[in-house]
Design a protein around this ligand. Structure first.
Ligand code: RFL
Length: 395
């Protein structure tokens, strides 16, 4: 076996999703050395379609770090959220109610493509196709990442810090001894059938509530839409042909004229939440989905990943530039406070928008409670304001 090529860096980043790429760009901007190792190919990473809403906080972050020109271009802004209740539209002016804050439509694959380009244009070291990535001695002063490149050659990177940005199924979290972690996991008992289709985007992002069940319609680029339809957890994908998808959407949205279009992708997502505490172990810091997953309700998963990345970038900068390690010690608590706030918001919304559907599913009492909660968003400026503030993204 050939001997591993040995290198050193300040931060070894595992994973080139939104978390890893944001962290890499911010560290580069801060003048901190880093290397990113990604298991998949560049083509694979760049076409992976998932989230679509970039919250206000994240957009401001890219502005403050001087990356807005390269990352945010053409991101559509829409300060209005539609709720289609029993087929009748109700509009919530999110931007007005949240004091001018608003989310932007920026499909995750565009964000990823732009972050890769920006990092490489600045001379960043990003390695795709890394196999058998292993974290050695993550709790020690000199942790090491090992991997094999596409030609099977072994590599090892010794780093001051490791950033585990490798998503929920990655190796980083599993490298921490179980006894050092507390896991919080919750199954919401709901499935979402998600469909990406060539259907013109809605005028405003839309949640639809009716006795036929929950549905949502969001823009994903100029000609595409992402739809969500409430379904049983673990629902059989084959039970949904294109005709059933569009019949159900028309029924739930209350729009018999909704055009059908080519279905590009469909999947069933079981609504689950997961949080690991703490989000660090020795010199290993878990970032984004590696540390927590949240249901897609509220559109917070990708945004939490970006927020963690910024907290970590600032903390590493303080440690490296100013010799102040306190922000690194605070990393886990800072990120977990936001994570739990968003978990609460996502759960609150999930109850409101699913229980207000079919009373036979939620029970008559929960159904009435959920309808009252929904109404309050429109009748109380305080309730509407809090909702809008959370939708647009906390400071
Ligand atoms: P990612 O995006 O999973 O990236 C992890 C990266 O690590 C790589 N990797 C490894 N690399 C090296 N070695 C290993 N052993 C590795 N194992 C894995 C992977 O190939 C990958 O490139 O995690 P990150 O960066 O933390 O970003 C998190 C977001 O991707 C995620 O939270 C969102 O996509 C969640 N999500 C949504 N978030 C929103 O904010 N708004 C939404 O509307 C929204 N919709 C969604 C979603 C997730 C969905 N999925 C996953 C089912 C809709 C869907 C359908």
């Amino acid at each position: 076996m050939s001997e591993a090529a040995h290198e050193t860096t300040t931060v070894a980043i595992i994973g080139a999703g939104p978390a890893g790429l944001t962290l890499a760009n911010l560290l580069r901007t801060a003048g901190v050395d880093c290397v990113v190792v990604e298991r998949q190919s560049r083509a694979y990473v760049e076409q992976r379609q998932r989230a679509g809403v970039l919250e206000h906080r994240a957009a401001r972050m890219f502005e403050e770090w001087g990356l807005a020109d390269r990352v945010l271009q053409d991101s559509r802004t829409d300060g209005v959220q539609e709720f289609r209740v029993d087929g009748r539209p109700r509009f919530l002016p999110i931007a007005d109610l949240a004091g001018g804050k608003f989310g932007r439509i920026l499909p995750q694959q565009f964000l990823v493509q732009r972050l890769i380009t920006a990092f490489q244009e600045d001379g960043g070291d990003l390695r795709f196709g890394c196999q058998d990535v292993t974290l050695e001695r993550p709790g020690s002063e000199r942790p090491v990442v090992t991997y094999r490149d596409e030609d099977g050659r072994p590599h090892e990177i010794e780093a001051d810090y490791l950033a585990g940005c490798d998503g929920f199924h990655g190796v980083s979290r599993r490298s921490v001894p179980e006894a050092e972690q507390t896991i919080y996991a919750y199954d919401h008992g709901i499935g979402w059938f998600t469909v990406l289709a060539d259907v013109p985007p809605p005028r405003h992002p839309m949640f639809a509530v009716s006795a036929h069940g929950f549905a949502a319609h969001f823009p994903r680029g100029p000609r595409s839409s992402r739809f969500y339809l409430q379904c049983a957890p673990g629902e059989d994908l084959d039970a949904w042909d294109d005709r059933r998808i569009f019949d159900q959407l028309r029924l739930r949205i209350g729009d018999p004229d909704l055009p059908a279009g080519a279905v590009l992708e469909k999947a069933v997502v079981d609504m689950r939440s997961f949080v690991v505490d703490p989000m660090s172990y020795g010199r290993l810091f878990l970032v984004g989905d590696a540390a927590h997953i949240i249901t897609p309700m509220g559109g917070k998963g990708m945004n939490l990943a970006l927020a963690d990345a910024e907290v970590l970038a600032k903390a590493v900068r303080s440690a490296v530039r100013d010799g102040d390690a306190q922000p690194l010690r605070d990393y886990s608590k800072t990120c977990l406070d936001r994570t739990w706030s968003y978990q609460e918001f996502s759960r609150w919304m999930t109850e409101m928008l699913h229980d207000s559907g079919d009373p036979a599913t939620s029970g008559p009492f929960r159904h009435k409670i959920a309808r009252a909660r929904l109404d309050r968003l429109f009748t109380s400026p305080n309730a509407g304001g809090l909702f809008s503030d959370l939708m647009a993204g906390e400071a």
